[in-house]
Design a protein around this ligand. Structure first.
Ligand SMILES: Nc1ncnc2c1ncn2[C@@H]1O[C@H](COP(=O)(O)OP(=O)(O)O)[C@@H](O)[C@H]1O
Ligand SMILES: O=P(O)(O)OC[C@H](O)CO
Length: 505
């Protein structure tokens, strides 16, 4: 460890993702100068269920902060502010007094409330929910997850009404712990993923709270994404440091990529894949299966976004590694994909937790189509990467129609963009260049920017744009139009055939 005695100042970003908790330290030039990452357990107690231990989320996040500072030789009191960004929708309910979760966190991918969502649609709620929240009725969002947790006993609902139990997405959960159990706050971007929040009035929606039986007393205060929420508890962090930025990870990536102008978009390839376009101060309602969501709020200014959410992207690669044992590590998919000229007619539809945008089918399940005697593991590995690119094409097509804007290039980031094959194939399937900035820690950088703006560490968006710079690798499309369409039509057929699997008798 090198002892940093210079007194230099930094912003610390906490990036609490679906599969790991990360802490990244940024200097004034917005360079990442320290990083620590700890994975944590994914639990699948039943088919379609996905859970995390909220305590493990907090402990890994705390340890990641400690390791990050230690390896960079930076003291807690050198941190100017902390920004939090997080896996969204994942729902935690905990006791105010003890800070202990009452149950495992229900993860955004979990399908346990799919039947409840069907009921809501049958009861005619879909349009009203879309108008108020910008969301499609789906088990993805927090509302039915929190309802499910409270439904376990009437006593829980009573305690929630008394304010003894608190609801939060992962940002709130971390903020509560970091502040020594003092702050119960979220930001507009995370609130906009709950299906309880009105994205026009920017407040919890009483009609929806009643529908889901969620007492207002258990909900966090909703604040802008860049604001002084409070301070860390010195006993927890080692110093009292301003907690000054919060955004859901996909919105943070949009901000961290510098997509400050309407029409700018990015796609993040992590566990899932999330394409977001800045639509300015106007929420645009989708007619093609996209979501309308809050991009960020700074002061009184709200920026909205259109979003295409794909549930399984890099997680498909993890599945090849962890469940099938087909590869040793994620990077091997690149070598395997290049080792064959094409996927040999194989399509892998990774609908492990149903299909998100633009299909919204909780009953679809994973399938592999087109297997022949000649199909080998390289074809399957390649098909799993190609599926990521096809799903992105699905949402990009929808976005161009909904927004009326044609993308000239796609900015990308996230763990899986290390895969060169994926990005080359992506450019081919979209027919536009794919641009990977030199620093693709956009999610953490977005959270750092929001925190840094709030405490004056960085002055304004123009300054941030300069810090982001233009250094990038550009992947130009190198596929004939006819091949692109032929391959994509095959994907459409495969995705279609995977739908409704659980509903067929
Ligand atoms: N070289 C690679 N090729 C393909 N996928 C990769 C590669 N490296 C990492 N991934 C995938 O990226 C994901 C991790 O990215 P990350 O952005 O950290 O995810 P999250 O924030 O969802 O936890 C994993 O699902 C992993 O399988
Ligand atoms: O943790 P990630 O990067 O997989 O992102 C998850 C999303 O926020 C879910 O909506």
């Amino acid at each position: 460890m090198s002892e940093n005695v210079s007194g230099k100042r930094y912003i610390l970003a906490l990036d609490q993702g679906t599969t790991s908790s990360r802490a990244i330290l940024f200097d004034e030039a917005a360079q990442a100068v320290g990083l620590a990452q700890l994975p944590f357990e994914q639990r699948y107690p039943k088919p379609g269920y996905v859970e995390h231990d909220a305590m493990e989320i907090w402990e890994t996040q705390r340890e990641a902060m400690r390791q990050c500072l230690q390896s960079a030789g930076v003291r807690p009191d050198q941190i100017e502010a902390i920004g939090i960004t997080n896996q969204r929708e994942t729902t935690v309910i905990w006791e105010r007094d003890t800070g202990k979760p009452i149950a495992p966190a229900i993860v955004w991918q979990c399908r346990r409330t799919a039947a409840r969502c069907d009921e809501l649609v049958q009861d005619g709620w879909a349009e009203k929910i879309r108008d108020k929240t910008g969301l499609v009725v789906d088990a993805y969002f927090s509302a039915t997850k929190a309802e499910w947790m409270l439904n376990r006993s009437p006593e829980l609902r009573e305690r929630a009404a008394q304010g003894e139990l608190l609801f939060g997405t992962v940002d709130s959960w971390l903020l509560f712990q970091l502040s020594g159990k003092r702050l119960h706050v979220t930001d507009v971007t995370n609130a906009s993923r709950t299906m309880l929040f009105n994205i026009h009035t920017l407040d919890w929606d009483d009609e929806l709270l009643e529908l889901f039986g969620i007492p207002r007393a258990m909900l966090p205060d909703v604040r802008p994404s860049s604001a002084l929420y409070g301070e860390t508890d010195a006993a927890v962090f080692g110093a009292r440091v301003p907690l000054a930025g919060i955004a859901g990870d996909q919105q943070a990536a949009l901000f961290g990529q510098g997509c400050f102008q309407p029409g700018m978009a990015k796609n993040t390839y992590g566990t899932g894949c999330f394409l977001l376009m800045n639509t300015g101060d106007r929420p645009i309602a989708s007619t093609h299966g996209l979501l309308t969501t809050v991009g960020w709020q700074i002061g009184d200014e709200v920026t909205y976004a259109l979003e295409g959410s794909v549930f399984i992207a890099g997680a498909g690669v993890q599945w090849l590694r962890d469940e099938l044992g087909l590869i040793q590590d994620a990077a091997e998919t690149e070598t395997l994909a290049y080792s064959v000229p094409d996927a040999n007619g194989v399509y892998l539809v990774p609908a492990f937790t149903g299909l998100g945008a633009p299909y919204w089918d909780p009953y679809a399940r994973g399938t592999i189509w087109g297997l022949t005697r000649g199909a080998n593991r390289a074809h399957i590995a390649r098909a799993s990467l190609e599926a990521i690119a096809y799903q992105t094409r699905d949402v990009l097509d929808a976005m161009e129609i909904d927004s009326g804007m044609a993308l000239q290039r796609l900015l990308v980031d996230g763990g899986a963009v290390q895969n060169k094959f994926l990005l080359e194939f992506q450019a081919g399937v979209l027919g536009i260049p794919v641009v990977r900035p030199e620093q693709f820690e956009s999610t953490a950088r977005g959270a750092a920017f929001l925190a840094g703006l709030s405490v004056g560490f960085w002055p304004n968006l123009e300054h941030l744009t300069k810090l982001i710079g233009t250094a990038a690798t550009v992947f130009a499309p190198q596929m004939e139009e006819s091949q692109r369409e032929e391959l994509y039509q095959g994907w459409k057929r495969a995705a279609h055939l995977s739908r409704g699997w659980l509903q067929e008798s």
